[in-house]
Design a protein around this ligand. Structure first.
Ligand code: DQA
Length: 143
């Protein structure tokens, strides 16, 4: 089975409790279990991580670049302003799928309409809630 990293950024550890009207009621632990199970069905060995610390996310992305591992990335708020995340994504060698539970482009806050991840993404999945992670994994599945 080929390895895939699912990397979730700040505040996503509170999924299920955080603004459920926007992000839904599934917890991060449940999301991680779903991703591993969808991965198994698709022939992918999925590891899910979440961090509120940008440096930790950068270390994970740098390691993924070194190891040539495909990444599903929800950089959360960093998506909209972190040039360090932009630079880290630029170094990835395997496919990168950007995922968001909501559709930031349709939300009222202007700052959400920019993504530093999109220029480096092979695919963007937004606005499909938790199911977006399944769609992202499908995009990385061996054909
Ligand atoms: C998000 C959208 C971002 O704008 C926001 O900052 C998040 C979550 C999403 O999954 O919809 O934290 O990435």
């Amino acid at each position: 089975m080929s390895a895939v990293l699912v990397l979730n950024g700040p505040n996503l550890g509170r999924l299920g409790r955080r603004q459920p009207e926007i992000y839904g009621r599934t917890t991060h632990a449940e999301l991680a279990e779903l991703c591993r199970s969808w991965g198994r069905d698709l022939g992918l060995d999925v590891e899910v991580r979440q961090t509120n610390h940008e440096g930790e996310m950068l270390d994970w992305l740098n390691a993924a670049a070194d190891d040539g591992v495909p990444v599903v990335l929800n950089a959360a708020a960093w998506t909209h302003y972190s040039y360090a995340i932009f630079d880290a994504c630029a170094q990835l060698t395997a496919p990168l799928v950007e995922v968001h539970l909501s559709d930031p482009s349709q939300r009222p806050e202007e700052f959400r309409h920019t993504s530093v991840v999109t220029p480096h993404a092979t695919e963007v999945v937004a606005g499909h809630g938790i199911d977006g992670y399944r769609l992202a994994l499908e995009a990385l599945a061996p054909r």
